[in-house]
Design a protein around this ligand. Structure first.
Ligand code: NDP
Length: 254
């Protein structure tokens, strides 16, 4: 049987980088995009190639249609076929009060997080549909899919959009055998979250029912589940991978 093909957007750092490695370990040939982090991207390709994995890393701004089209053409040429799996992971955050948030930052966050998800889903979804063998798409959401976070209005709007985009895409693409689901992480320790707070773990662990922050490895299993035959009849769903933190109601007692 030929090797399955996976595409991960934003695979150069954090959760995306771990997903690229986990999918390669699971037997996929993996192509990923990155935006600014050329060196980490190249280091990841070199590292995985040394372990015998076939991995392609290409610069592509997920929010620019011409770049996504060029990325998809290069990936399909490299793979020789449409991918079996697309993971829409690329995302950015801006911390700013609503009353001060600039139009530029709003546009950048919505373009990257939501439009990027749309553009990649459209171009790879078309390729999957044309191939006629189905496929799986996993969007990386957030607690912001359903919760309001202060000073993150642009990010919250983008992830709320991903929640509904996932459902609409699942309904539209189901006829092609393409399943679309969402993994919504809780507090996951990455380089980015370490920059966000000097005590990220100390802040999130006490309010997380499982008593710890997550790691990028915690996200890989659920993504692999949605990609697998075990999820053959699952589409349009969001799975919270958050140690319970977004299920926990803020009751005024212990
Ligand atoms: P990182 O900042 O480490 O990773 C973001 C990735 O997205 C990088 O590879 C980055 O590439 C890429 N990226 C950013 N902008 C673009 C763009 N315009 N085009 C292509 N790629 C781009 O963050 P995380 O790993 O923490 O986050 C990954 C995803 O998980 C995001 O969607 C985020 O919203 C979500 N998430 C993370 C949580 C956490 O606690 N860490 C919690 C909930 C959700 P480059 O560096 O090359 O620009």
């Amino acid at each position: 049987m030929s090797q399955r093909i996976a595409v991960v957007t934003g695979g150069s750092t954090g959760i995306g980088r771990h997903l690229v490695g986990a999918l390669a370990e699971a037997g996929y040939r993996v192509a990923f995009s990155y935006h600014a982090s050329a060196e980490p991207a190249q280091a990841l390709v070199t590292h995985l190639a040394a372990q015998g994995h076939d991995v392609l890393g290409l610069a592509c701004d997920v929010g620019v249609k011409s770049e996504v089209e060029a990325f998809a053409a290069a990936v399909i040429d490299w793979a020789g076929t449409a991918p079996d799996l697309l993971v829409n992971n690329a995302g950015i955050q801006t911390w700013a009060p609503l009353l001060e948030l600039s139009e530029e930052r709003w546009d950048a966050v919505l373009r990257t997080n939501l439009k990027g998800c749309f553009l990649n889903t459209q171009v790879f979804g078309r390729a999957m549909a044309d191939r006629g063998a189905g496929g799986a798409i996993v969007n990386i959401g957030s607690g912001c899919n359903k919760h309001a976070f202060p000073n993150l209005v642009d990010y919250t709007a983008s992830k709320g959009g991903i929640e509904q985009f996932t459902k609409s895409a699942a309904v539209e693409l189901g006829g092609h055998g393409i399943r679309v689901n969402c993994v919504a992480p809780g507090a996951i320790a990455t380089e980015r979250t370490a920059e966000e707070s000097p005590d990220y773990e100390g802040e999130w662990s006490p309010i997380t029912p499982l008593g710890r922050v997550g790691t990028p490895a915690d996200i890989a299993g659920p993504v692999l589940f949605f990609a697998s035959e075990a999820a053959a009849y699952v589409t349009g769903q969001t799975l919270w991978v958050d140690g319970g933190v977004f299920t926990r109601a803020p009751w005024p007692y212990r």
